[in-house]
Design a protein around this ligand. Structure first.
Ligand code: PLP
Length: 347
């Protein structure tokens, strides 16, 4: 049995058709906007999300960074969840490089923020306060159990944005997971938001790349910021070629990842000493709580690594597992078998 790698969906490797597309891609200099494969990917992404334009960037972190910097002047404020990836795991980039002040509000387990709290957090016009410039959401929400945000919820936040003349950006690193789980399209979820970013290199299995979508004017601004951050790439059609294959061929696969996550979650929840919030498992991320047990997460991680199963400890009593295209049904069986044996022997 090969290693079952559940650490993240970022560990996915490019498919054979991606590798072939990479080898035969038409290339040019993308800083001059002359790479035909990049232009194709950006047009395809913009159409998929119902936006005027799109821009490829090296990572999800840079996608969020160029978006926040394009929306917010220095010293202004972005309202976002206290468990948002942009707030927690992007090296404080929005503050470090953009001078943008994060105003965090509580994220609930389903990834939402209370709309009333968002309304109340919008700053009045007063010289004492930073001016609110942006509302940020995350869909699906990584730390909040991979929860997908519904169109109804997103549009409620967009309405608050409109009332206060504020744009709304979605960190959609895993928005295709959200759309698949909600049985809708990414266009439906994001038609009313100002901008959205998504990752090619997570569940969609590309080696590198993320894309930002929005109005032509917004994308022109992100293009300039990307260059300033050192993210202008030259013959990066090699990356875009894999991205086009991902959008054509890999969205369907997410259904299997979600089914695997569900089976993994149910199997784990049945093991004495482990608990999963099954009501919250809707996409490819499974958080596991250690209950009534003397083992700590690091010990579990180490023991399972020896049995060929990898995942992360993400807190004093918590593990995280992320299903992905590198894990098939047998990998889930193997994981459940090894965890059952381990907890039977250690309880
Ligand atoms: C929700 C979310 N946004 C953004 C990112 C950043 O992506 P990258 O690792 O490509 O910078 C991640 C990475 O896991 C993520 O989970």
């Amino acid at each position: 049995m090969n290693t079952v790698d559940l650490r993240s969906d970022t560990v996915t490797l490019p498919t054979d058709s991606m590798r072939q597309a990479i080898v035969s891609a038409d290339l040019g200099d993308d800083v001059f906007e002359e790479d035909p494969t990049i232009n194709d990917l950006e047009e395809k992404a913009a159409a998929l999300f119902g936006k005027e334009a799109a821009l490829i960037v090296p990572s999800g972190t840079m996608a969020n960074l160029v978006s926040v910097l394009a929306h917010c002047d220095r010293g202004t404020e972005v309202i976002l969840g206290d468990k948002a990836h942009t707030y927690m795991y992007e090296a404080g980039g929005i503050a470090a490089f953009g001078g943008v002040h994060p105003r965090t509000l509580k994220n609930f387990d389903d990834g939402t923020i209370d709309p009333d709290e968002i309304q109340e957090a919008v700053r009045p016009d007063n010289v004492h306060f930073p001016q609110t410039a942006l509302i940020g959401l995350e869909n699906s929400h990584n730390v909040c159990h991979g929860s997908p945000l519904t169109k109804t919820y997103i549009d409620e936040i967009v309405a608050i944005g409109e009332e206060n003349k504020l744009p709304v950006h979605i960190d959609g690193a895993r928005i295709f997971n959200a759309a698949v789980a909600l049985e809708t399209t990414v266009k439906d979820l994001t038609e009313n938001v100002t901008s959205v970013s998504f990752c090619l290199s997570k569940g969609l299995s590309c080696p590198v790349g993320s894309v930002v979508c929005g109005s032509a004017k917004f994308i022109a601004k992100t293009r300039r910021i990307r260059k300033g951050l050192g993210g202008g790439m030259r013959q990066a059609g090699v990356l875009a070629a894999a991205g086009i294959v991902a959008l054509d061929e890999m969205i369907e696969r997410l259904k299997t990842d979600h089914a695997n996550a569900r089976r993994l979650a149910e199997g784990i929840d049945a093991i004495d000493g482990l608990m999963v919030r099954l009501d919250l498992v809707k996409t490819n991320i499974v958080y596991v709580e250690l209950v009534n047990n003397t083992r700590n997460p690091d010990q579990v991680v180490a023991a399972m690594k020896d049995k060929g199963v990898k995942f992360f400890a993400v807190g004093p009593h918590r593990l995280r597992m992320v299903t992905n295209s590198g894990v098939e049904a047998e990998g889930i069986d193997h994981t459940l078998e090894e965890l059952s044996l381990y907890f039977a022997s250690s309880s």
